[in-house]
Design a binder for this molecule. Sequence first.
Ligand code: CO
Length: 209
Amino acid sequence: MDIQRIFENNKLWVAEKLGQDANYFKKLSQGQNPQILYIGCSDSRVTAEELMGVGPGEAFILRNIANMVSNLDLSAMSVINYAVNILEVKHIIVCGHYNCGGVKSAMQSADLGILNPWLRNIRDVYRLHKDELNTIENEEKKYDRLVELNVQEQCVNILKTADVQRAYRKRGITVHGWIFDIHSGKIIDLKIDYDKVLEGIREIYHLDD
Ligand code: CO
C-alpha cells in the first residue's frame, strides 16, 4: 500500500464532510457524546464504525486481540471507567467474530511467547465451558462456539467491574454480546440474559454497595 494514498484519501474525506456540512469539524472539535462503548478485535477485517454504520463521535472504541476484557489490562479498565463514568454511555458492546485468529491460537498447543498470558484468558473460557465444548465433535463448530462463549465471558468480565455494576443499578446501562459473522457481514446478537448472568455472579463479584 502506498502510504501517500492515505493522505489523498483523507483530503477527499475532508472535502466530502465539508460538502455535507461546512461546520462538520468545528462541531467535532467541540466534544464527544457517544452512547456506545464498542470493544472488538484488532483483526483488520473487523472494522468497528463501518460495520455498525456510525460516524466520528458516535462510538468510543477499544480493540485488542480477541476482544478481551482483562481486569489486569489498564487500558481496558481505563476505557470502561471513562466511558461509563464520564461519557455515560448507554450501551457497552463486546463484538467477537468468527475465524478469530486469537481464539484459534488459544485452541492449539503452542508456545506463543508474550501472547501466552493474553490468550490464556481464552483457555480459561474453554475450561469454564469444557463440558459443552467437548460435546461438539466438529472442530469448526467448536471453534465458532468458543468465539461465542469468549464474547459471553468478556461481557461477564465487564459486569464484574464496580463502575458498570453502579451504572447498571443507577441508570440501567446495557451490555451486549455480538458476533460479526465474517462469512456474511452480518452482526449476530447473542442475546445474553444479563439479569440471569448477574444473578449467577452477584454472590461472588458484587462490589457496588
Ligand atoms: Co479476532
